[in-house]
Design a protein around this ligand. Structure first.
Ligand code: SAH
Ligand code: SF4
Ligand code: F3S
Length: 472
């Protein structure tokens, strides 16, 4: 019996990488240069991580990364479909690519992949109206990029390969990291929660966790390659490990990751309040590496709406979690996601959301206008809220979130805190920019050699959402 389908699949893909590399060499010789790829990534950190894997495969094939879409031989759009405007954006961009292909670069290859391609209607639209696209694939088979490219080069017409779902987790994929000093690490894939507004469970499939051994060996390899900070990724990290043969809790996983020598900072996202355990809060309180930042999506402050959303917690339970978090880690920065205009939301419901924002005093919040996603239960609910009302609520919420955010984000003024330096300041080349463990940005005078190191910085001035500091 085959105990390890993942290893076998990796070998198969290695073979395709070799085959496509040969085809690529032929083209290189004709052109007298390397072939260039450009990836546009929309959506969340999961997609960003997937794009790094796609880039890894393309690099093994012999392509080089290209910043400018216009100069690329192969353009990939890694799509998001969580809200409708993400989809509209893609169609706009495809229109532009079509004109590029017609006018300037007839040899241009175009691929569309990611969450939006898991929706049969969208694939149908691409097939009918965007026939110049060469390759379409979904979220479950990105590890097959080399094989799909081989087909794209050797078969006629648009190649479409979208899987409905998968149980498979393919390990040992190459990846090209965007930053040398920090990296996302998938700990689980998919989502089982089916919040009634959300399309993610339909396009990312059922929840499946990687084993702690696979996660730890990836993190150790990253650290020996210079990584100081990892971001553990999952749609609901608090339910990590439940589906494993030998179940492991998220807290247990965090404690094991904490032991990795050389790793300095641990972040994670996203935490669902319903599965947030006291054990996790205890782990945070004792950890030296877990960052002082907790992203805890509220969505709505109205218990009635939360029930309609299938979120499985009440306003009071949420506030209680926040109280416990602050008791355990007093200076923790808390951020959230909020939706306005869920079907049936009244002014009273909306005021409940405003009330939670005032009580929790978030460092920042992503605020979203409810977007109707075909196939989700909420799309069929009556009482969709009229646009003008939603817009008005959205403006009021945003104003409140911003005012509070400015007030609280200056709380560390005057302190000396460690900053992980990320880049040279974009406006002023004599400054560098980095982040506190609570994720707040700090700019201070320094040289680019500091990038990737953690330095103590005195926070001299608070400017709303960032600090100006001085190396201490
Ligand atoms: N798994 C994460 C979030 C994933 S999607 C969680 O449960 O918190 C990121 C955010 O997009 C969500 O938190 C939600 O606020 C927002 N979102 C999801 N579906 C939406 C929709 N149909 N309309 C508006 N916002 C939505
Ligand atoms: Fe969507 Fe809810 Fe799953 Fe988050 S937990 S991805 S909001 S269904
Ligand atoms: Fe978008 Fe897919 Fe992430 S729908 S938010 S890219 S999981």
């Amino acid at each position: 019996m085959n105990q390890n389908p993942s290893a076998e699949e990796s070998l198969r893909q290695q073979e395709y990488i070799r085959k496509v590399r040969e085809l690529t060499k032929e083209k290189e010789e004709k052109l007298g240069r390397k072939l260039r790829f450009h990836i546009e990534t929309l959506g969340c950190q999961m997609n960003a991580k997937d794009s790094e894997k796609l880039a890894g495969i393309l690099t093994e094939i012999g392509y080089v990364s290209e910043e400018e879409e216009e100069k690329a031989d192969f353009v990939l759009y890694n799509t998001c479909t969580v809200r409708e405007n993400a989809n509209l954006k893609i169609y706009g961009r495809l229109g532009y690519l079509h004109s590029l292909k017609k006018r300037k670069n007839p040899g241009l290859r175009i691929a569309v992949c990611g969450c939006m391609m898991q929706e049969p209607d969208e694939v149908q639209t691409i097939r009918e109206k965007y026939s110049f696209v060469n390759l379409v694939f979904g979220t479950h088979n990105i590890f097959r990029l080399a094989e799909l490219m081989y087909r794209m080069e050797t078969e006629e017409g648009m190649i479409i390969d979208v899987w409905e779902g998968t149980d498979e987790i393919v390990e040992d994929l190459p990846a090209v990291r965007k930053y040398p000093f920090k990296s996302g690490v998938n700990i689980m894939y998919g989502c089982n929660n089916f919040c009634t507004y959300c399309i993610v469970p339909y396009v990312r499939g059922r929840e499946r966790s990687r084993t702690p051994e696979d996660i730890l060996s990836e993190i150790r390899a990253l650290v020996s390659d210079g990584v100081k900070e990892v971001m553990l990724l999952g749609q609901n990290v608090n339910s990590y490990g439940k589906t494993l043969e030998k179940p492991v809790s998220f807290s247990e996983l965090l404690r094991r990751i904490e032991e990795v020598e050389g790793l300095e900072r641990i972040r994670f996202m996203t935490s669902h309040p319903k599965d947030l355990s006291d054990e996790l809060i205890e782990t945070l309180a004792h950890s030296k590496k877990i960052c002082n930042h907790f992203h805890l999506p509220l969505q709505s402050g109205s218990t009635r709406i939360l029930k309609e959303m299938n979120r499985h917690y009440t306003k009071e339970q949420y506030l209680e979690i926040v109280r416990k978090l602050r008791e355990a880690v007093p200076d923790i920065s808390i951020t959230t996601d909020l939706i306005v205009g869920f079907p049936g939301e009244t002014e009273e419901d909306f005021q409940e959301t405003m009330d939670v924002v005032r009580r929790v005093r978030y460092d920042s919040a992503f605020t979203f206008i409810y977007s109707k996603r075909t196939g989700t239960p909420a799309a069929k609910m009556e009482d969709q809220v009229p646009e003008e009302i939603v817009k008005d609520r959205f403006d009021r919420l945003l104003a409140l979130v911003q005012t509070i955010g400015q007030e609280v984000s200056g709380r560390d003024l005057g302190k000396v805190l460690p900053v992980l330096v990320e880049e040279v300041n974009r406006q002023d080349g004599t400054m560098v920019s980095g982040r506190l463990t609570n994720n707040t940005l700090v700019h201070f005078p320094g040289k680019k050699e500091l990038i990737g190191s953690i330095v103590p910085v005195k926070l001299m001035e608070s400017r709303g959402f960032y600090y100006i500091g001085e190396q201490a």
